[in-house]
Design a protein around this ligand. Structure first.
Ligand SMILES: *Cc1c(COP(=O)(O)O)cnc(C)c1O
Length: 361
C-alpha cells in the first residue's frame, strides 16, 4: 500500500504503528479468540487497556495527581454544553474569549445554558490573531474563563496560556492536545475531541482539577455528571472501547519516540517547513494570520491568484498530498500537521509548494 500524506483536519492521520498493531490484533486479541471490541468492558483484558491509556495520558502530559483524567463520549462538542451545565449555577456567569469558529461554538452553547459573556471577540479582525494579555480584564467573580488553545479552522494558537488571576481556566485543546507541555498552575480543565492528535473520532479526553470538579452540579442527568465519571474511572457506562484502545496505541507510540520533547521537535520542524514555503514565495502564497498567533498544528494560506486553486490542489493530489482544501467557511488551503504527520510529509508539501510557485509565479 502507498500511504499518502493526509493533511486533513480531523479525523486525521494516525501513527502507522498504532494502525498496524490494531489491525494485527483486531480479529483475535492476544489469543482470546475474539476481538477486544467484542469483549466486556468489565473484563480484565479490557481493563488493562483502559488503565494503560489513562496512565499514559498522565505520564506523557505530566498531569499532576490532583487532576482527574476522563474519557467521555460526544466529542468536544459535548463539552461545549456539559461545561456550562455543570458550572453555571444560578447567579454565576462565565467569560468566553472568542478567537474563531470553535470559540464561538463553545460560547453559543454556554449562552443557551446560562449567563455567558464574551470577554473578547476577534471578529473585527476576521479571527486572525490571539489577543494580548493587555486587552483582557478578567472578572474575579466569574465561574470560569473559556479559551480555545488552537483554532483549527482559522489557524491561530495561544502560544502561552493567560494568567487569569485566580479565575479557573477551561481550555478546548481539541487540535493541539499532546503537542505541547502544559502550565498546570494555570489550567483548571481541558478537553479535546480525540480525532486530531489522539485516536479515531467518538470521544473526548478531559483533564480537570479535582477541586474545580468538586464545584460541578450533581442535579443533572447521570451522563452529564463529571463526579459520576470520575468516581467510576470513566466506566460509568459502556465506554468507546475501540477509541480508548487506539488512544493507548497512539500514546505508546508517543512514548516510544521520546515523549513530548520529540513531539515538539517534530512539530517545529514541520511547521517551519510549511511556513517557510509561504514566507519565501514572494507573495504567491499568503497567510492571513498574524505572525505571533500562527498555529503550529493547522497552517492556512491562500494563493494570491485564486484562479490557480484547482490546479494547485490537483497537482498536490498527484503527489499523494491529500486533504489540503481549506474549510468551506474560509476557503483557500489548510495543512493540518498533527503529531502523527511525518516530518517528511511537511517537507514534501513545502517542496511541492515551492515548485508550484516557481512554475506559476
Ligand atoms: C474539531 C474541534 C471541535 C469539535 O470536535 P468534535 O469532537 O467533532 O465535537 C471542537 N473544538 C476544536 C478546537 C476542534 O478542532
Amino acid at each position: 500500500m502507498t500511504r499518502v500524506y493526509n493533511f486533513a483536519a480531523g479525523p486525521s492521520t494516525l501513527p502507522l504503528a498504532a494502525l498496524e498493531e490494531a489491525a494485527a490484533k483486531l480479529v483475535d486479541y492476544e489469543g482470546a479468540g475474539m476481538s477486544l471490541i467484542e469483549m466486556s468492558h468489565r473484563g480484565g483484558r479490557y481493563d488493562a487497556v483502559h488503565n494503560e491509556a489513562l496512565s499514559l495520558v498522565r505520564e506523557m502530559l505530566g498531569v499532576p495527581d490532583d487532576y482527574y483524567i476522563l474519557f467521555l463520549q460526544g466529542g468536544a462538542s459535548m463539552q461545549f454544553g456539559m461545561v456550562p451545565l455543570a458550572f453555571l449555577r444560578n447567579g454565576l456567569s462565565a467569560d468566553y474569549i472568542v478567537t474563531g469558529h470553535w470559540g464561538k461554538r463553545a460560547y453559543a452553547d454556554a449562552a443557551v445554558v446560562g449567563d455567558a459573556r464574551v470577554l473578547w471577540d476577534g471578529a473585527g479582525a476576521g479571527y486572525t490573531r490571539i489577543p494580548s494579555l493587555r486587552e483582557l480584564s478578567f472578572r474575579t467573580g466569574a465561574a470560569y474563563v473559556h479559551i480555545c488553545s488552537n483554532e483549527t479552522i482559522g489557524g491561530i494558537q495561544w502560544k502561552e496560556f493567560p494568567d487569569t488571576l485566580g479565575v479557573p481556566l477551561v481550555v478546548d485543546m481539541s487540535s493541539d492536545v499532546l503537542s505541547r507541555p502544559l502550565p498546570w498552575e494555570r489550567v483548571s480543565m481541558l478537553y479535546a475531541g480525540t480525532q486530531k492528535n489522539l485516536a479515531p473520532a467518538g470521544m473526548a479526553l478531559i483533564i480537570m482539577k479535582k477541586d474545580f470538579a468538586a464545584g460541578a452540579r450533581r442535579d443533572l442527568p447521570a451522563y452529564l455528571r463529571y463526579d459520576l465519571h470520575a468516581e467510576n474511572n470513566s466506566l460509568f457506562n459502556t465506554p468507546s472501547t475501540f477509541v480508548i484502545w487506539m488512544t493507548a496505541l497512539t500514546l505508546r507510540w508517543v512514548k516510544s519516540i521520546g515523549g513530548l520533547p520529540e513531539i515538539e521537535r517534530r512539530r517545529d520542524e514541520r511547521s517551519r517547513a510549511v511556513y517557510g514555503a509561504i514566507d519565501e514565495s514572494g507573495g504567491f502564497y499568503r497567510s492571513p494570520v498574524e505572525r505571533g498567533s500562527r498555529s503550529s498544528m493547522n497552517i492556512v494560506w491562500k494563493l494570491a491568484d485564486a484562479r490557480l486553486d484547482g490546479e494547485f490542489l490537483d497537482g498536490a493530489q498527484r503527489e499523494d498530498l491529500h486533504g489540503l482544501k481549506g474549510h468551506k467557511s474560509v476557503g483557500g488551503f489548510r495543512a493540518s500537521l498533527y503529531n502523527a504527520m511525518p516530518v517528511e510529509g511537511a517537507l514534501a508539501l513545502a517542496d511541492y509548494m515551492r515548485r508550484f510557485a516557481d512554475a506559476r509565479g
